[in-house]
Design a protein around this ligand. Structure first.
Ligand code: 0PR
Length: 400
């Protein structure tokens, strides 16, 4: 650290320089995040110092968190949503209402959902003494590798079917006496596919298991599609859901959310906080951003269902355009896109990716199995970009 402080000017000229190395999302087809809505940015600034780790000091930001959890609960068909009594991590009781809290994103939500399962099983005396396990789809996000590593839980991976949905027969075959829960994905990272949530829920109910749905990406997409598949609390057996406002919710980073069907789930995450303004904390992080709560509140209120529907329609139109024109070039998608993620079969995908970046500046990614070009069509992309991308793809693949 320098001994004497630099001037504001010096610092900001350096920062602006450095920021030019960051993407402005132009030619980015690999990201599930996008520019936050300007209303979210303003609200974020207004609550910049709010710390939801000490709720009593930030009652306003805490109210906004409660309202966001309430709105998300409504969106995800929680049975009873009463924003006055929505449970947030402050230690109050919340019978018959959705409960949850705002996390830093899908990773924290997934970790906490599994931690809740483990704690509830241990509290219920159901622990067999063996290592507990969960069964997740092979397509699950790598945040579940962190779950396995942190919590001493075995993570079993079920096979996918030909459409990259989890194969429920494979899930069933992996369930044993030490299984505590299942995971389904509503919008998987690589293919944008939705697992058969109703079938998973039936398995969960029949075997008395928890069922966590990772809708980190799909949570702000599926409800706004024309014929949404059931994936949320409407499906009996779904016990928790991860949904990320900082992806298709157009909020600022870090904005995730974890919702539970039952308050006992949240209670199982309780840690006493003797010297704070509240007696207990249910979150993974201690100090956490109230600015994210304000940003998410602002953008959800501002856009409403209509605004999000338009956003999803726009991204789906880009998706259709991309697939239609890619087909004309002879490239087929691995599946008919369910949401705004396309996995495109191209020759030598790794080389194509590298050349698209080096020659034309496109950022795309690759699916693991099978390897294909993965493209996420986000609000920052335009129809013109899609047209240009396809021309560049044609040039690059002509070399093979
Ligand atoms: N669950 C699913 C289904 C996800 O797709 C992701 C992230 C997570 C959980 C974890 O969420 P957080 O990263 O918020 O903890 N999916 C994206 C991915 O790994 C995240 C991302 C976003 C990566 C923007 C790159 C990027 O530029 O691809």
């Amino acid at each position: 650290m320098n001994e004497q402080g630099l001037s504001e000017n010096e610092i900001f000229s350096y920062l602006e320089n450095v920021k030019s190395e960051d993407t402005d999302y132009y030619k980015v087809l690999s990201s599930m995040c996008t520019h936050p809505h300007k209303i979210a940015v303003e609200a974020h600034r207004l609550f910049i110092e709010a710390n939801l780790g000490d709720l009593g000091l930030f009652a306003g930001a805490h109210r906004l968190e409660r309202e966001v959890v309430g709105m998300l609960g409504e969106l995800l068909h929680a049975q009873s949503v009463d924003t006055q009594s929505v449970k947030i991590p402050s230690g109050e009781s919340c019978e018959n209402t959705v409960c949850g809290y705002l996390t830093t994103g899908g990773t924290e939500s997934n970790i906490q959902a599994v931690r809740g399962m483990k704690n509830l099983v241990e509290a219920g005396g159901k622990n067999s003494g063996e290592i507990p396990n969960i069964v997740i789809p092979e397509s699950a996000h790598f945040s579940f590798d962190k779950v396995a590593n942190m919590m001493g839980i075995e993570v079993k991976r079920a096979l996918l079917d030909s459409e990259f949905k989890v194969d429920t027969a494979s899930v069933e075959s992996l369930i044993d006496a030490n299984t505590i829960g299942l995971v389904g994905i509503a919008g998987n990272t690589e293919f944008g596919q939705i697992d058969p949530i109703e079938e998973l829920a039936k398995l969960a109910l029949d075997n008395e298991l928890f069922l966590h749905i990772d809708a980190a990406f799909g949570g702000f997409v599926i409800p706004f599609l024309e014929n949404p598949q059931p994936f949320d609390f409407k499906v009996p057996g779904v016990t928790s859901i991860a949904i990320d406002p900082h992806k298709m919710g157009l909020s600022t980073i870090p904005s995730g959310a974890l919702l539970f069907r039952s308050p006992s789930f949240l209670d199982s995450l309780k840690v006493n906080t003797p010297y704070l303004t509240t007696k207990a904390q249910f979150t993974l992080t201690g100090t956490r951003s109230g600015a994210s709560a304000a940003a998410t509140y602002a953008v959800m209120k501002h856009l409403g269902r209509e605004g999000y529907r338009k956003n999803v329609q726009y991204c789906m139109q880009l998706t259709s355009k991309l697939v239609e024109e890619a087909r004309k070039l002879g490239f087929e998608p691995l599946i008919e896109p369910v949401m705004n993620v396309v996995a495109l079969r191209v020759p030598s995908p790794d080389l194509v990716r590298e050349r698209l970046l080096r020659k034309f500046g496109w950022n795309v990614s690759i699916t693991r199995n099978p390897r294909s070009l993965r493209l996420v069509l986000m609000p920052h992309n335009t129809p013109q970009d899609v047209g240009e991308f396809l021309q560049d793809l044609e040039k690059v693949t002509a070399e093979f």
